[in-house]
Design a protein around this ligand. Structure first.
Ligand code: G3P
Ligand code: MG
Length: 260
């Protein structure tokens, strides 16, 4: 049975991945602004907790790749993260960029009149805690009346927590490896969308997902040729590091049926 929020969920075709990760440092406010400047309507960001329970945007479990810091995110307080540079690694033009809080990001996204997919990306064993704090925070920060964020995760505990805390916000089940029990999973979590790894799916698997009545979103698609292929399978939206690179593929797609 199709999940109830599907009918209310308006999705764009292109979602900026971690902001616009090829054009600006990922999971930063500069990244969100870059996506907006490219005409993107939605961004996806990854959310983790600091040691003192502040939800921040960060993909990796460690600070090393995307900041001037070292070590595990969960071992650092927010004050410690504030002292780090989250932009210089990407390019000198972004020096001084900070690790944003979830509230910083939601405020900016709303101000830019965009939509957002919050991927709850917990440190190991912290799915429920991360979703609980992040979504409680997000409820207060997100303006009433705007289409709520799509909440996604690979972590089932995080999505179960989302069902409790924000039952009316749409949930997306993230599937990295195709799994035989996917329908049980999406039904149990009353998911609105099925978010899959484009490299591990094909036309048949996407057709099967869509037959459940849910739109399929695919990551991470960075060329127009790949985008045209996955749209041809019936994928509703793609996550991309480079919106300008995939934009030509939009000419190849027909309007989708409502909700799928
Ligand atoms: O939410 C889609 C995609 O971001 C999932 O993978 O590792 O890039 O967060 P990852
Ligand atoms: Mg992500």
């Amino acid at each position: 049975m199709a999940a109830s929020p599907v009918r209310r969920l308006k999705l764009p075709r292109i979602i900026g991945h971690r902001g616009a990760a090829k054009h600006a440092p990922e999971n930063t406010l500069a990244g969100i602004r870059a996506a907006a400047a490219q005409g993107v309507l939605w961004v996806e960001v990854d959310v983790k907790l600091t040691r003192d329970g502040v939800p921040v945007l960060m993909h990796d479990e460690t600070l090393d790749r995307t900041t001037s810091g070292k070590g595990r995110v969960e071992d650092h307080t927010y004050d410690q993260l504030l002292r780090l540079d989250a932009g210089r690694w990407f390019g000198p033009a972004f020096a001084g960029e900070r690790v944003p809080t979830l509230v910083d990001a939601l405020d900016l996204v709303a101000k830019l009149d965009m939509g957002i997919n919050l991927e709850i990306k917990p440190c190991p064993g912290k799915g429920e805690e991360t979703a609980g704090i992040a979504l409680t925070t997000a409820i207060s920060a997100w303006p009433e009346g705007r289409q709520p964020p799509l909440v996604s995760s690979f972590d089932e505990g995080a999505l179960e927590t989302a069902m409790r805390i924000v039952p009316n916000w749409p949930r997306g089940v993230l599937i990295d490896q195709p799994r035989p029990d996917w329908l049980d999973l999406v039904e149990r979590l009353d998911a609105s969308t099925i978010n899959v790894n484009a490299r591990r799916e094909d036309a048949d698997s996407v057709a099967a997902y869509r037959a459940s009545g849910r739109p399929v979103l695919a990551y991470t698609v960075n060329t127009a040729a790949a985008a045209a292929e996955v749209f041809g399978w019936g994928v509703r939206a793609i996550f991309t590091d480079s919106p300008p690179a995939v934009a030509p593929a939009l000419k190849t797609v027909a309007r989708p049926a409502p909700g799928t």
